[in-house]
Design a protein around this ligand. Structure first.
Ligand code: KIV
Ligand code: ZN
Length: 515
């Protein structure tokens, strides 16, 4: 099974990606991303970790209900409670997978799990057997495989294959691998583990040394036929292997890999933009494939070459990865039906007529300020309206004054739990004045650790999308806001983060704590 010419793309943006600081998503946001991942053609969507919280369980279940073509997967630690939660969450799926894991390196077994190697093998086998009672599609991962002993990996993989695992995932949990050694690890495992040809071998790499994609591709060269990756390389610490880079490397260098994936590559850029806008993680301009400069030819020599003959400097075409999918969709005169239809085409289902009306009203306001409305504007609009529905802190009005030689000041009115408060504040700049004013009313006592502005589309009338990150008592929360006025966008982003901070955090991290 592991030597055919199809590469399975396993996307874990909604699980490992969501473990990035502050990237947690609501159920509706996850559904929007899952629909887009399906449109992108990913084979497996890891929709979350069902045992983390009731909210995570419900999100996976909803995704299992709406996704029809991709396999929907839930992560589970190797224990009965987690596996049963995963099994129940994926029950509605047309194709469902349980992904169970346990750490196998000496340091993790001794210091984190406090379990002997025998106990670890026993737990893994029990978890896989139980998972098989829910589905025929069971993946087993040996967490921290990169620092695990080869003999022990062979032993546990043999045992879980015997118990019914159909995919064996070998993670570089801490981003420690180098390509040659990682490939060698796969070659050895595939050669030594009995019945290795009955399963799909999978690689899952983190990017701590900047080698997640290189290591993933080295594993593929050595026989792995599933790559676990995320959109924009999102993920804990330095992130996971970037889906778009893996997919385009395999496609562009078909001569070297001889493999095909089912990815509809023209959906790469739209998917990247959606994930960036929902998580508040901007894409760096020089990021391969999906960065704004990835196909920009600055130098005169390059431009001349590209104009004479495109392939002189271009190894891929911008349109093949979806750069031209940035469609001018609607304008000031577009009606409610055109608006609804475009949202449906974008995979956005609003759950009530009120939600549609509220979003349409916001669309009209935006169309008054901005002549051309693009898909990305609509995505940002929908996110904003959905967030407002659960806000306890709301911006009522804002006036800022910024003048050369004068100290910027702001006057703002906020609605806090239904009561209006107003304040005057000064700051180093208009945004600083607004943030100081907000904090003087809300008294969140949180630290602002990130502030960034990006334009959603081109032009000076574009909406600015602001991301802020706040930290309090070890919790890290991102907030976003979009508006054609970046001071207002900043106020919305800060309030969005503070609103989220006011909601209780109830989820467990899968890789911390006991089995
Ligand atoms: O990095 C890792 O080891 C993981 C596992 C849970 C697969 O994310
Ligand atoms: Zn991981």
């Amino acid at each position: 099974m592991s030597q055919n010419n199809t590469l399975i793309i396993f996307d874990t943006t909604l699980r490992d990606g969501e473990q990035s600081p502050g990237a947690s998503m609501t159920r509706d946001e996850k559904i929007r991303i899952a629909r887009q991942l399906e449109k992108l053609g990913v084979d497996v969507i890891e929709a979350g970790f069902a045992a983390a919280s009731p909210g995570d369980f419900e999100a996976i279940k909803s995704i299992a209900e709406v996704v029809k073509h991709s396999t929907v997967c839930s992560l589970a630690r190797a224990n009965e409670k987690d596996v049963r939660a995963a099994g129940e969450a994926i029950r509605p799926a047309a194709r469902g997978r349980i992904h169970t894991f346990i750490a196998t390196s000496p340091i993790h077994m001794e210091k984190k799990l406090r379990m002997s190697p025998d106990q670890v093998v026993e737990a893994a086998v029990k978890a896989v057997r139980l998972a098989r009672e829910y589905t025929d599609d069971v993946e087993f991962s040996a967490e921290d495989a990169v620092r695990s002993e080869m003999d022990f990996l062979c032993r546990i993989f043999e045992a879980v294959i015997e118990a019914g695992a159909t995919t064996i995932n070998v993670p570089d949990t801490v981003g420690y691998a180098v390509p040659d050694q990682w490939a060698e690890r796969f070659r050895t495992l595939i050669a030594r583990v009995p019945n290795s040809d009955r399963v799909v071998w999978s690689t899952h790499c983190h990017n701590d040394l900047g080698m997640a994609v290189a290591n993933s591709l080295a594993a593929v060269m050595a026989g792995a036929r599933q790559v676990e990756c995320t959109i924009n390389g999102l993920g804990e610490r330095a992130g996971n292997a970037s889906l778009e880079e893996v997919v385009m490397a395999v496609r562009t260098r078909g001569d070297a890999f001889g493999l095909e994936s089912g990815i509809e590559t023209t959906q790469l850029v739209p998917t990247s933009k959606l994930v960036s806008s929902i998580t508040g993680y901007p894409v760096q301009p020089n990021k391969a494939i999906v960065g704004a400069n990835a196909f920009a030819h600055e130098s005169g020599i390059h431009q001349d070459g590209v104009l004479k003959h495109r392939e002189t400097y271009e190894i891929m075409r911008a349109e093949d990865v979806g750069w031209n999918a940035n469609k001018l969709t609607l304008g000031k005169l577009s009606g409610r039906n055109a608006f609804r239809t475009r949202l449906q085409e974008l995979g956005i289902e609003l759950d009530s007529e009120e939600a549609l009306n509220a979003t349409f009203a916001r669309f009209k306001e935006l169309a008054d300020k901005k002549r051309e409305i693009y898909d990305e504007d609509l995505q940002a609009l929908v996110s904003g309206v959905a967030e407002e529905a659960v806000e306890t802190l709301r911006l009522v009005s804002l006036r800022v004054c910024s003048e050369t030689g004068e100290t910027p000041h702001a006057h703002l009115v906020l609605n806090v739990d239904g009561v209006e408060h107003d304040v005057d504040a000064v700051g180093g700049g208009p945004v600083d004045a607004v943030f100081k004013g907000i904090e003087s009313i809300v008294k969140s006592d949180s630290a602002l650790t990130l502030y960034s502005v990006n334009n959603i589309t081109g032009g000076t009338d574009a909406q600015g999308e602001v991301t802020v990150r706040v930290e309090k008592d070890g919790r890290i929360i991102n907030g976003q806001g979009a508006d054609t006025d970046i001071v207002i966008a900043s106020a919305k982003a800060y309030l969005n983060a503070l609103n989220r901070l006011r909601q209780p955090e109830r989820r467990q991290h899968p890789q911390l704590g006991d089995v």
